[in-house]
Write a protein that binds this ligand. Structure first.
Ligand SMILES: C[S@@+](CC[C@H](N)C(=O)[O-])C[C@H]1O[C@@H](n2cnc3c(N)ncnc32)[C@H](O)[C@@H]1O
Length: 231
């Protein structure tokens, strides 16, 4: 039990959970890097830190700079550049978790832009709010699982990063998201590569086309959607 509450393994745990999902869905757990071994017994200092880690944070992603292997996999700088964000844009970071990308998104939109980071997890919300307290261009918003909680016609980019597997109905959720986009707005979706097929199928059913795709991340796909129908 202590093992699974270790702070240093929380990001690895997310990947392990995703790998389990992938293994079920695709029969394999793909990773460019050497597959992570099951976490080893933590050292005494880690065990002490583990006692402070709320179990509630499991599945909420990570924070950049904590786990070098995880950062190598996610390539945050490259990822944000690939999003093609312009200063002043309004962005929704749906299922932001602990905010792995939120701070970089805020920097990319600059002081005239705005990032709304949503999540359903109270502890992730609390931690992310603390972390972005000094940033005037970020709002952290608690939402309900089946309602994006985003204003209509407002967002130039809506990011779903490693979140769609949590949605009870991808098609319904993506359909609801459409109203929140500006006329030229895009949805960016990223996840481990084996998770692409169900998302791509749902996006098509929900009335979106894949308008571009970025293929230069080690483990993740990144695709951009635009509506093919009006809200
Ligand atoms: C694996 S984490 C991803 C965090 C971050 N986006 C990242 O890429 O590291 C998934 C997050 O999605 C949140 N989540 C799950 N279902 C959600 C929903 N319906 N609406 C908003 N957030 C949701 C979870 O609470 C969790 O924090």
């Amino acid at each position: 039990m202590t093992l699974f509450r270790a702070r240093v393994t929380s990001q690895s745990l997310t990947r392990w959970c995703l790998c389990l999902v992938m293994a079920t869905a695709a029969g394999a757990c793909r990773s460019e890097s050497k597959p992570e071994s099951p976490p080893e017994a933590p050292a005494a200092s880690v065990q002490a830190a583990a006692a402070e880690e709320p179990v509630d944070l499991h599945g909420t992603g990570g924070v950049e700079g904590v786990d070098a292997a995880y950062d190598r996999s996610r390539q945050p700088a490259k990822f944000i550049a690939a999003l093609g964000i312009a200063p002043g844009q309004r962005i929704a970071d749906v299922g932001a978790g602990q905010g792995y990308f939120t701070q970089r998104l805020a920097e990319a939109v600059g002081p005239t832009g705005r990032v709304v980071a949503t999540d359903i997890n109270d502890e992730a919300i609390r931690r992310l709010r603390e972390r972005v307290l000094a940033r005037k261009n970020v709002e952290v918003r608690k939402v309900e699982p089946d309602a994006p909680g985003l204003e209509a016609g407002t967002y130039d980019l809506i990011l779903l990063s490693e979140v769609d597997h949590f949605l009870s109905d991808r098609v319904d959720y993506l359909t609801r998201l459409r109203a929140a986009l500006t006329p030229q707005g895009r949805i960016a979706v990223t996840h481990l590569r084996a998770m692409r097929p169900p998302l791509a199928a749902a996006a098509q059913t929900a009335g979106y086309a894949v308008v571009s795709e970025y293929n230069d991340l080690p483990d993740h796909y990144l695709l951009f959607l635009r509506p093919t129908v009006s809200p």
